[in-house]
Design a protein around this ligand. Structure first.
Ligand SMILES: Nc1ccn([C@H]2C[C@H](O)[C@@H](COP(=O)(O)OP(=O)(O)OP(=O)(O)O)O2)c(=O)n1
Length: 133
């Protein structure tokens, strides 16, 4: 279920990750542990591990040009743990994550019209139908 993107690179689908996680759990008889609450706590734990990588470093430049290869590998692992638990949590809750995320992107575009928001990171404000800090 991998696909080829417009740039010709192989892309990995959320469906493939969902299937892999379901197989991983089934083979180990771990469905019993993959409850919504357990998965949410595991997800939050992995977000903590991801945060530790950046902790005390101050701001870092995009692309992480000064990071060693092994640091980037570690970052990829922690990002993956977060993604995999998120995909699994969504599956166990019966949410089509890809569809929900696409819908949210569309809602975001309506909430933050280019004409009002371009160049400004201010948050949407319900009271004046505009934006504020
Ligand atoms: N009950 C479990 C335990 C693990 N995993 C999978 C999902 C994550 O991708 C990864 C998490 O494994 P660990 O709990 O061993 O966490 P780390 O890989 O981060 O290791 P550590 O916590 O030792 O740094 O394994 C899972 O699906 N269900």
């Amino acid at each position: 279920m991998t696909g080829v993107s417009e740039e010709g690179k192989t892309s990995v689908s959320l469906d493939l990750l969902k299937t892999k996680m379901a197989e991983f759990a089934k083979e180990r008889d771990w469905d019993q542990f993959h409850s919504p609450r357990n998965l949410l706590l595991a997800l939050v734990g992995e977000v903590g591990e991801l945060s530790e990588i950046f902790q005390w470093k101050g701001e870092v430049p995009k692309g992480l040009p000064d990071w060693k290869e092994e640091e980037k590998v570690h970052l990829g692992e922690e990002l993956s743990d977060v993604l995999l638990y998120l995909v699994r949590l969504s599956d166990i809750c019966g949410i089509d994550l890809g569809k929900a995320a696409l819908r949210k992107v569309e809602l975001n575009a309506i909430k933050y019209p280019v004409g009002i928001c371009k160049g400004s990171s201010k948050k949407y404000n319900n009271s004046n139908n505009g934006t504020e800090n």
